[in-house]
Ligand binder design. Structure first.
Ligand code: GDP
Ligand code: MG
Length: 304
């Protein structure tokens, strides 16, 4: 196909919303490859992460942001700062809400930030999870979100899980992005290195299997990532927790829990990378790491 760069659109889209509304699921669905960690429990996305969609119309670079919430921990505060700074770098904002529920306190917090931004970039809204709700409640909640976020440029009802209206979402975004050539090579889907994605997938598997037992006290460090030719990749990683009791839970009886986490994570990493993976996990205690600057830096939550 002949491409004319003048007709192409491209831009950065900040994807913002309360925890658990489906931001990461939506980005994954739009891009079609799993890169953003998704979990039924909030706060899986801890760092800013790019998802890159390239089509004949141009390139959309989604910035997956951690949620906005109470800065109770230092980590929480850092996530807030990150969400604010994303706004300065974006060409459009995609606010994602869970339309199966009425707005909560976090949606209000977000509305304050988004509606007050002075750069007047386009604001689109994804009213997500329409598959969970009947039309009457949907209309009520829709009206409540419209009141909270007046004057949005487009409002699209989506189901990230069923893939509903994602095409509408993509074309609405393209319409509002600046003209110009793509920023990234067309086969690139994320700015993260494979080992960072692997670390996210291990964390996601851990949160999934542990449920609420070790809430958000887990950090992952990739200790080794070696290519072994035909035999795939060898990955060794450490799961850091804050307390001895948590370490016991992570390892489980006869190492059963750690084994389950490892199997789930290995399958996801193999799906993502298209090759065989040998994954070795261990658990270690690093006391109170969420309030310790040095640890936050070690786990990649600080910029430099
Ligand atoms: P994030 O915190 O906003 O990034 O939310 P996630 O993408 O991690 O999703 C949170 C939970 O909502 C996960 O269990 C998803 O499977 C689920 N979810 C996301 N989108 C939809 C949707 O359109 N419909 C339904 N039923 N569930 C969804
Ligand atoms: Mg997320």
């Amino acid at each position: 196909m002949e491409t004319n760069n003048d007709l192409l659109r491209n831009g950065f889209v900040a994807v913002m919303g309360s925890p658990n509304v489906g931001k990461s699921t939506l980005i994954n669905a739009l891009i079609g490859v799993k890169i953003a960690a998704v979990s039924p429990w909030p706060q899986t996305t801890r760092k800013r992460q790019l998802g890159i969609l390239t089509t004949d119309s141009g390139q959309i670079v989604f910035i997956d942001t951690p949620g906005i919430h109470n800065p109770f921990h230092k980590l929480g505060k850092h996530m807030n700062e990150e969400a604010h700074s994303v706004l300065d770098d974006s060409d459009a904002i995609l606010v994602v809400v869970d339309v199966s529920k009425p707005p909560n306190e976090e949606d209000q917090l977000l509305a304050n930030i988004v509606m007050r931004q002075t750069r007047s970039i386009p604001i689109l809204m994804a009213l997500n999870k329409i598959d969970l709700v009947d039309s009457e409640i949907l209309e009520d909640n829709n009206a409540a979100y419209e009141k909270l976020f007046p004057n949005t440029d487009a409002r699209i009802q989506t189901s990230a899980i069923l893939g509903e209206n994602l095409d509408v979402m993509v074309s609405s975004l393209y319409e509002r992005l600046p003209e110009g050539p793509p920023f990234f090579p067309e086969d690139q889907i994320t700015d993260l290195y494979e080992r960072e994605i692997a670390s996210d997938l291990i964390r996601e598997a851990a949160l999934y299997h542990l449920r609420d037992e070790v809430p958000h006290s887990i950090a992952i460090r990739i200790d080794e990532f070696t290519e072994r030719g035909d035999r795939g990749a060898y990955i060794a990683a450490t799961l850091f927790v804050e307390r001895d009791s948590q370490k016991g839970i992570v390892i489980g009886k006869n190492g059963k829990m750690l084994k389950q986490i490892g199997t789930s994570a290995r399958i996801e990493i193999e799906n993502m990378s298209g090759r065989k993976v040998y994954l070795k996990l261990r658990a270690k205690v690093r006391k109170n790491w969420r309030n310790d600057e040095a640890s936050l830096k070690l786990f990649g939550f600080r910029k430099s």
